[in-house]
Design a protein around this ligand. Sequence first.
Ligand code: NDP
Ligand code: DGU
Length: 308
Amino acid sequence: MASPTFKLNTGATIPAIGLGTWQSKPEEVTAAVEHALKTGYRHIDCAWMYGNEAAVGEGIRRAGIPRSELFVTSKLWSTHHTRVAQSLQETLQNLGLDYLDLYLIHWPVPLNPNGNHPTIPTLPSGKRDVLEDWDIRDTWKQMEAVYREGKAKAIGVSNFSKLKLEHILATAEVVPAVDQLELHLYNPDPTLLAYLKEKGILPQAYSPLGSTGSPLLSDEVVVELAKKHSADPSAIALAYLLAKGIVALPKSVTPARITQNLEGPIKVKLDEEDVKKLDALAPGGKQRRFIAPPWPIELGFDNWPPLK
Ligand SMILES: NC(=O)C1=CN([C@@H]2O[C@H](COP(=O)(O)OP(=O)(O)OC[C@H]3O[C@@H](n4cnc5c(N)ncnc54)[C@H](OP(=O)(O)O)[C@@H]3O)[C@@H](O)[C@H]2O)C=CC1
Ligand SMILES: O=C[C@H](O)[C@@H](O)[C@@H](O)[C@H](O)C(=O)O
């Protein structure tokens, strides 16, 4: 079954459902990607930080789908903000590809590339070792360069609030195509979504099921609507995002769930009443982020846990 699609501000088409790969073990993700592509997925969400790009690339090769039909995203990790072209080259080598369809800045926080750890360097205090004198506008300049070279057919950001977007947009020559954010029934963020719409930036939802263990799927309203539509609860959580024009990136390494996460939400047609009920969950008291790493800077999100 084919995924519905959305349009990027580059004019390119992006499949509205993509397979997530965070925390997918290398030994599981090859089969997961191969299964996904053979089932009809054409969009895979990766990141250098996930440490499994080579195994994802193997799954892509095994599935044998023509490259032109695939949409592959990866992300620039925080310790790489000062060397975008080099990091992208490493990602391409890992994946066995010669271009990405989308390259994102993973977080708007540059970390010390020469610190005490290659991914999450820390200071003696235990806080993350932020590269204080680096301006992320310069990271974006380097992203624009790899875009112009054609190594990334589109560029975008992830975990950028309005505050961070306004900061880079002040000097940007290319408007980000995408902002990948924690977006789901308990964290819908309509204010930021309205801002993205105004700027022509497509939202992508990470952790669309509530991340590890998919806690949203036992919500009583979700379960009730699943019964109404004779669907799995996952289909309700994902259909809600698609109905709002948001790309959904469910992760699974379980073949039946991978299939279900593509086919389920396509079949479900939520009506206005259903959407109203789902819209009421977060403002009704269930507002919650599942992913909030301890970045020691102000990210600019309304509902981020307070800095310690
Ligand atoms: N830009 C960023 O900073 C971030 C990006 N992401 C991206 O978004 C993707 C998705 O987010 P993620 O946090 O992984 O979480 P998800 O919300 O996709 O949930 C994944 C969990 O749900 C389970 N699951 C998947 N499908 C079903 C189903 N149909 N029924 C029941 N359980 C199910 C999975 O188990 P199992 O695998 O065992 O089947 C896993 O435990 C990531 O993999 C990554 O690609 C995620 C976080 C941050
Ligand atoms: O994409 C997934 C997430 O962003 C993940 O990469 C981070 O949350 C990371 O574990 C961190 O601690 O900063």
